[in-house]
Design a protein around this ligand. Sequence first.
Ligand SMILES: NC(=O)c1ccc[n+]([C@@H]2O[C@H](COP(=O)([O-])OP(=O)(O)OC[C@H]3O[C@@H](n4cnc5c(N)ncnc54)[C@H](O)[C@@H]3O)[C@@H](O)[C@H]2O)c1
Length: 269
Amino acid sequence: MGKLDGKVAIVTGGGRGLGRAYARHLAGLGAKVAVSDLDLKSYAEFEAEAAAMTGDSTVDEIRNGGGEAMGFEFDVGDRDAMFAMAADVKKAWGRIDVLVANAGGGRGKPMETTATLVPLDLLELVTRMNFFGTVHSCSAVAPTMIEQKSGKIVTVASYAGSVAGAGGGYAHYGANKAAIAHYTRYLAQELGPHNINANCIAPGVIATARIVKLVGGGPGGNRGAEDIALKRYGTVEDCAKVIEFLTTDLSDYVTGALIPIDGGWNKAG
Ligand SMILES: NC(=O)c1ccc[n+]([C@@H]2O[C@H](COP(=O)([O-])OP(=O)(O)OC[C@H]3O[C@@H](n4cnc5c(N)ncnc54)[C@H](O)[C@@H]3O)[C@@H](O)[C@H]2O)c1
């Protein structure tokens, strides 16, 4: 028996990286998983991601492993498309128990995205994919979870949402992630009376292929990890295990929390 047998999960941004790991982990616990992404083959952008794939997409990988999965391609910033996905999932599988609102990320170079210099088009894009995408995702699943009187929602912030990087670059990303963390506290207050938990994770440096390319190091190297108490970058499994906690009965009395997954990164660093 899997901890999530009979349950239905939605993972946004599940084409690669952390979202792919969450989708596969939830499927491994027995959940039927609906995976969304702008491009379900986004792994193709990074050689290491592509090399790790055991199927044509995360959906195929789950099916190949004997699980049930569906794929959807759209921008989470498109509210109608997000609501349509939730409706399709409910129609196909009858319920929605878990949402991991993972889609997001930053755009632009750090020195071009400081608090006062960030170009408006990048501010709008990053806000659409992170904050608006999260609001649309949570709003789309809430009516079904309220009807069921149960549900587990996990939103995704970042270390950058709590600590401003030296020099002030990537302000648009950090401010969006801070907004997601605080939005989740409001979400928990609204949905708590319906027996729905809403929590937010704040990953530190997690060695996805994208991050390894960006900062160097990686699980073997860990260049720059000296300010991290555990002296290594995180892995996608480190995060997936926290997702397991937040989407199963282990976390029934946890809501409105912001949970860092950063190996004890020195906040003064
Ligand atoms: N990797 C890290 O170290 C780290 C640290 C802190 C926070 N995060 C957050 O975790 C999440 C996943 O990060 P990752 O490292 O796996 O990123 P990634 O870029 O490797 O993967 C993100 C996936 O989301 C998809 N996506 C992006 N915008 C989308 C949109 N508007 N609609 C639908 N899909 C969209 C992309 O196509 C991609 O497949 C992001 O929200 C990111 O900000 C990651």
